[in-house]
Write a protein that binds this ligand. Sequence first.
Ligand code: UGA
Length: 422
Amino acid sequence: MNVTVIGLGYVGLTTAAALAELGHCVVGVDIDNVKIEKLNRGDVPVWEPELAPLIAKNRQAQRLAFTTDVHNAASQADVILVAVGTPAGPEGKPDLTQLERAVSDLTDCLPSDALLIIKSTVPVGTTDQIATRLQRDVVHNPEFLRQGSAVHDFFHPDRIVIGCESKWAAGRMCRLYQGITAPMIVCDRRSAEMIKYTANAFLAMKISYINMIADLCESLDANVEDVARGIGADHRIGHAFLQAGAGYGGSCFPKDTQALLYMGAQTGCSLPLVESADQINQLRPRRLVTKAERALGTLSGKRVALLGLTYKPQTDDVRSAPSIAVSRMLLEKGAEVHAYDPRARRFPVQQVAISPDVDTAVRDVDAVMILTEWDEFRHMDWKRLLPTLRCPVIIDGRNLYRLEEMRELGTTYPLHYLSVGR
Ligand code: UGA
């Protein structure tokens, strides 16, 4: 099929390249000239494992091309996917400006037999409105790609959700994803939109739940990792998303929980579980900073190294990362902040001094705070590094090290090691 993908962020770009790999003829469209020029030169504007070779391979096979010309691309398409961003606006209300623009651009060039698919995460009812406006069946097909493993997730989904009205649309969706083995969940458009928010909010709740229990474990001298192992073995609970730590960040969980709360407020429906998940998460950075403050007596005039700025490993994204709130709090309390991250490119807190490597970041600091579980930090030689610190305090916000290993290290070197919930 001829496929057009509008919006080339990590979701749109991954989807475009992966659909080309499935054998479709795909054109990726974006309004950002610079991005399209880059892609046409063979540069990939987002860092996503496996994506660059997939794009290169399919461009070479002439199944994948990029343009800013939406009219030309859409007018020849059998299927058009919209994957533009829907960032959080005031009060958590999703900002649909990019989506509105994309749909307006399509109104006069959409072939009568083309299927329009909304992939962007949108408030319940949005796809219905678009269908009414365009007077045709429009599909809502939410994405469940994780940044850092988006390509893998595309080819191995747990399910494909198709929100539509007609058998014709559902049939075309099956053709689009032919080659991928996964249950197809066909439902109405509103339920499909709801599935996306509910899934992300549920995962966010799981994380906040284990973080809440981690705090209690600290008070009661239990070990949250053993607790997570013990409850996760119950298949009704499962092991995933029970890693206690600095809390969730990124462009999805914080935004989608806020959006769900906004929809609740709009309809007079309170969502206390989601609200608590959000509140617990917002308190995670403070909890870590307090640990550092207690260990050092004061943070004023102290030098602190942050290891990990991205919201999780395998990405260069720092959006809503715990590192942002942690840095701001440390600076407010008068600390000098140094940081190192293997991938992060831009960091929004200007006063943070970015170091080129771990050694430089931790040299002469009073405390090290680990905020992202990059492998590089997991395998660090603390025996060599500890003597270079001014004060041997490690606040491990991701529970990277075994307690015994740190206890043993503490017998040879002075060390104050604090982790989460154990
Ligand atoms: C999330 C979902 O997992 C995807 O299914 C979804 O498609 C995507 O949002 C989206 O809506 O676009 P993503 O934000 O890329 O994907 O990252 P996750 O791997 O889900 O991690 C989210 C955050 O939770 C990270 O900050 C991570 O450090 C944190 N986390 C995760 C924990 O603190 N503990 C855990 O046990 C798991």
